[in-house]
Design a protein around this ligand. Structure first.
Ligand SMILES: *Cc1c(COP(=O)(O)O)cnc(C)c1O
Length: 706
């Protein structure tokens, strides 16, 4: 599955979790503030984790120390809350400036900052002379100051732009303290604290290696802690305190900042994250790999054009025609997709289609309103206007007056592969450019075992060839889904099929809630047939070359069928209770892929949901590229094993409109065009490799191919 939201969180690898679970047996840890041996062991593990963090960032313990926090946001807050500003003005700051000032005590940040940085201004506004939100231009002429804090974004989480870290020293020379927001940078790039020497570094470990969550770090340069003297205390952070006066003496270094009991289990686990990075050849290697994939993706996206020659993808980056160098650009690409007429597709639409293809991406503004506004050209008026129109973070309003309110972000990580580019290209070609891509090529080069789609629809057809019954869950029997094709209609001994009698699709058969009745509805009439087996005589019949023993249902039902179908000698027959086979022609289950349906739906303009009905499958899955199911051999659905028996060969039956019974050939033509000289298959027949009583298949079950 292409997971392209690594800037949201890295994913732990299976290997990493396996390693961790071995170590888990050793994880009897206790409160590190106690002094018994389990507590001491815990404290030791935390201290070796601190050392590992320093080593990883090439910092010596003479130079830096590590404070564990909950995440980047928490690290930033510690700096802002305690920073020793020395305000001279008397009134609270009420406006944000866009320049830096000479000799004021100020708080400043880049416009391209995460909300967690911007939000700090509310902590500091009554302790500073000014607050500034600036662009990089501000670094060309940095004014002298002291007791001022600059929070520098190391890499934009919006578009992957890397900021020049030489600015850290330039700011420091002019008297600034610099806090580096490294959260986004360190997920795919190294940070060398011998080369760049910020006063503070904030980061979250889940962005580096996925696990643990709830642990971040504030790395503090020695002596810079004097700029953030603790003005409060809590359990674990005081040397000496009185409960009934304001007297307290803070502990030193990390002990001053780690308030209360930290996530010591999580902290002990970060060693395994660093081990994982080493197993991947180190962070430089990960940087090279992710950069190279991102660059190819950029090239692919930037060269997509509509038939009329217009660009399909509008990319938001420092230079939209060329991907920056590794020093300028990280493994993030942010964009919107445009129509041939120059209008935009909303990012929600793109996100939904990505979901069908199994592509996991992030949409919106990614908590970075400054960069979002700049790259998308959104003015202050538009923000306020959008707000008035009801636009809220995370909502469905992706376009207002035709203009995008956010974008689509693709971000790579250590598990990304070049194949991910193919999947995205495939999706764009088919759903947004409208040209037919080479599916056969794509589906053979992609590996189906990398995907674990989800079951999104389940159907059974209690009466063969009639309309389906959809449910959230079906019990499994040796014949297939419970009651699936247990019944069929014969006329004068011959099975009625949809091919010869398209009107059958207008007869619906469902099983009553208490499973006592088969409810048949047709043309406004309804009949109930009791499901309890009677001892009617058995008869052998051939259904599609298979001999099956059947029993006949009662005369009343037969008469009713004659009447609704306007025919004579109709008969409802049923498989015997102990039959191993139902009236299916092939295998008991037909599985189809929603993405493949989507491709056909794009071509012929019939809604996906209708096409799904026409394909009469039992199981619909979502979350893998189109037509990749053609390569499946074995699969399991929540531990229940199936093998693929065959691909499902299609005929003109798929042309029958399920509501009217009228034939319309476009679907089969589309399938024919698509399959070219191959057989007209769609979907796969599967069967259980061994049957187990008491199992079921449910909506939301995960499918694993192997
Ligand atoms: C993710 C991110 C943050 C916030 O990190 P949390 O772990 O949510 O606290 C801050 N800044 C940047 C640049 C980020 O990418």
């Amino acid at each position: 599955m292409p997971y392209l939201d690594n800037a949201g969180a890295a994913l732990p690898s299976k290997r990493q979790l396996d390693e961790l679970s071995k170590f888990r047996n050793d994880m009897i840890l206790a409160n590190p503030h106690s002094r018994h041996s389990t507590a001491l062991k815990t404290k030791q593990l935390m201290n070796s984790a601190r050392l590992r963090v320093l080593q990883y960032f090439n910092a010596s313990s003479d130079d830096y120390f590590v404070v564990f926090t909950y995440n980047t946001t928490h690290s930033l807050k510690i700096v802002a809350e305690n920073f020793k500003f020395t305000r001279t003005k008397t009134e609270e700051v009420s406006e944000i400036s866009n320049i830096l000032y000479e000799n004021q005590s100020q708080f400043a940040y880049l416009y391209d900052s995460h909300h967690s940085v911007i939000g700090l201004r509310n902590f500091v506004k009554n302790r500073v002379d000014s607050i500034s939100c600036v662009s990089e231009n501000a670094f060309e002429n940095i004014p002298n100051t002291s007791n001022s804090l600059f929070v520098l974004t190391a890499m934009s989480n919006f578009c992957g732009k890397k900021y020049d870290l030489d600015n850290i020293a330039k700011l420091q020379e002019k008297g600034w303290s610099v806090c580096l927001d490294a959260a986004s940078l360190v997920s795919t790039a190294p940070l060398d604290l011998k080369k760049y020497r910020p006063n503070f570094v904030a980061l979250s470990f889940y962005k580096m290696f996925g696990y643990p969550t709830g642990v971040g770090a504030l790395i503090i340069r020695k002596n810079s802690e004097q700029m953030i003297p603790k003005n409060s205390f809590a359990g674990g952070t005081v040397q000496s305190v009185e409960e009934d006066s304001f007297y307290f003496i803070s502990k030193d270094l990390e002990d001053a900042y780690e308030e209360g009991t930290m996530n010591f289990h999580g902290i002990a686990a970060i060693q395994h994250g660093f081990d994982e990075i080493e197993r991947c050849g180190g962070i430089k290697n990960i940087q090279n790999k992710t950069y190279s994939i991102a660059k190819q993706m950029f090239k692919m996206l930037s060269t997509k054009v509509h038939e009329n020659g217009k660009q399909v993808v509008e990319i938001y980056s420092q230079n939209s025609s060329e991907f920056g160098t590794q020093d300028e650009q990280g493994a993030i690409i942010t964009f919107n997709i445009k129509r041939p007429d120059g209008g935009y597709y909303g990012y929600n639409e793109v996100e939904k289609i990505c979901a069908i293809f199994g592509i996991e991406i992030r949409t919106g503004c990614f908590c970075n309103i400054g960069a979002c506004r700049k790259y998308l050209g959104i003015s202050h008026e538009m923000i306020q206007n959008n707000q008035r129109q009801g636009k809220r973070c995370g909502d469905e309003m992706d376009l207002i007056d035709g203009k995008p309110t956010g974008a689509v972000r693709i971000s790579f990580g250590r598990q990304s592969e070049e194949d991910d580019i193919l999947v995205v290209e495939n999706m764009i070609d088919n759903c947004f450019v409208g040209s037919m891509a080479q599916f056969s090529q794509v589906s053979t080069s992609l590996k189906i075992h990398n995907y674990s789609p989800e079951v999104v629809r389940l159907c059974a057809f209690p009466i063969k060839s009639c309309a389906s019954e959809t449910k959230d869950s079906f019990n499994l029997t040796e014949r297939g889904f419970e009651y699936d094709r247990d019944f069929m209609i014969v006329q004068s001994g011959i099975t009625l099929s949809l091919k010869t009698h398209p009107e059958l699709c207008r007869i619906s058969a469902t099983i009553s809630e208490d499973k006592s009745m088969l409810e048949i509805k047709a043309f406004g009439e309804m009949l109930e047939y009791p499901l309890k087996y009677s001892n009617n005589s058995e008869q052998e019949r051939f259904v599609c070359r298979n001999k099956i023993s059947t029993i006949s249902c009662d005369e009343k039902t037969n008469k009713w069928l004659d009447n609704v179908l306007d025919m004579q000698n109709c008969q409802l027959v049923r498989v015997t209770n102990d039959s191993f086979k139902s009236f299916v022609n092939e295998s008991p289950f037909l599985l189809i892929n929603e993405a493949s349906v989507h491709i056909l739906s794009q071509i012929i303009n019939i809604p996906t949901s209708e096409i799904i009905t026409r394909f009469r499958s039992n199981i619909v899955v979502r979350g893998m590229p189109p037509f990749i199911e053609d390569t499946a051999k074995h699969l399991s659905i929540e531990g229940i094993n199936f093998e693929v028996v065959d691909k499902c060969l299609r005929c003109e039956m798929i042309c029958i409109d399920p509501d009217t019974g009228v034939k319309d050939p476009s679907l089969i033509l589309a399938l024919r065009n698509f399959r070219k000289n191959q057989k007209l298959t769609f979907g796969i027949y599967i069967r259980q490799t061994s049957f187990q009583q008491g199992t079921s298949i449910n909506i939301g079950d995960m499918v694993q191919f192997n």
